[in-house]
Design a protein around this ligand. Structure first.
Ligand code: SAM
Length: 251
């Protein structure tokens, strides 16, 4: 997969060169390029913002640098898109507190794409005409990390690229570890423990030491339901009803 990110703070994205995603880039599984929006300005101050029409606080990102930056992204991505295989428009994610919520299911959907582009807003956001203009070239998706406001799109992009990147085959060493995670089946993950079996007077649940795989699986499922009911009860309604049997739903 090829990922292009446009930002006025390219160095903000440098942690994406570390750890598993860094290794994926070294191994050629993931190609990541971060573009500096200011490289697409022509004035002495490399201006990317201006005052909002209609008045109000803050500044708005100007359209012209964005169109040039996104044209450069399209050109860079074209080699990765075979028109026979990828007839649909490439995806452009625009982080925004006013977007659809980012979820594990969206991460799975995006992980199947050959290319992704991200446009990091700052100030009061990007001139809306950029999204209209880009809609003819990209499938534009405003996406929110959650119901709160960040200073810019960079932190949201880091979270999204990490969540998507680890789902690309070959990025996480043991693909089994992706199967039983929180949100993979609509529930939160069960609690996990490691050695020693007794620590500061706290014991690992006996069932996990039993070696009885059936009992362990049942215990873990119960713990998932208990934890989800306690912390995120709204998820139980979205989880597959077939998963609940023998009154477990009552937990
Ligand atoms: N005025 C905007 C609003 O009220 O919707 C908020 C602008 S915010 C200060 C600046 C930028 O941070 C946004 O353009 C977006 O890129 C990013 N951002 C802020 N909160 C976000 C969130 N919850 N999810 C994704 N991106 C966010």
């Amino acid at each position: 997969m090829r990922i292009d990110v446009v930002s006025i703070f390219p160095e903000y994205l440098s942690p994406l060169r570390l750890s598993l995603l860094g290794r994926a880039q070294e191994d050629g599984i993931l190609e990541l390029e971060v573009h500096d929006l200011r490289d697409f300005t022509f004035d002495r101050h490399r201006t990317v913002d201006d005052t909002p029409y209609g008045g109000g606080a803050g500044m708005v990102m100007k359209p012209e640098p964005w169109s040039l930056a996104l044209d450069a992204v399209l050109a860079a991505q074209s080699a990765k898109r075979d028109p026979e295989l990828h007839a649909e428009l490439p995806t452009l994610i625009v982080p925004s507190p006013a977007g659809e919520l980012f979820t594990q299911s969206l991460a799975h959907e995006l992980a199947g794409e050959p290319t992704l582009a991200f446009a990091c807003g700052r100030y009061e956001g990007i001139d809306e005409r950029v999204l209209d203009w880009a809609s003819e070239r990209f499938r534009v998706r405003p996406v929110s990390l959650g119901d709160y406001v960040l200073n810019g799109g960079e932190v949201a992009v880091m979270a999204m690229v990490e969540a998507v990147g680890r789902l690309i085959p070959g990025v996480v060493g043991n693909p089994e570890s992706l199967v039983e995670e929180s949100h993979s089946d609509g529930l939160l993950e069960y609690p996990v423990y490691t050695k020693p079996s007794s620590w500061r007077g706290l014991d690992v649940p006996e069932v996990l030491l039993s070696g009885n795989h059936g009992r362990i699986a049942k215990w873990r499922r119960e713990q998932q339901l208990r934890r989800t009911a306690a912390r995120r009860p709204e998820l139980l309604d979205g989880a597959d009803a077939a998963q609940f049997s023998g009154g477990e739903r009552e937990i």
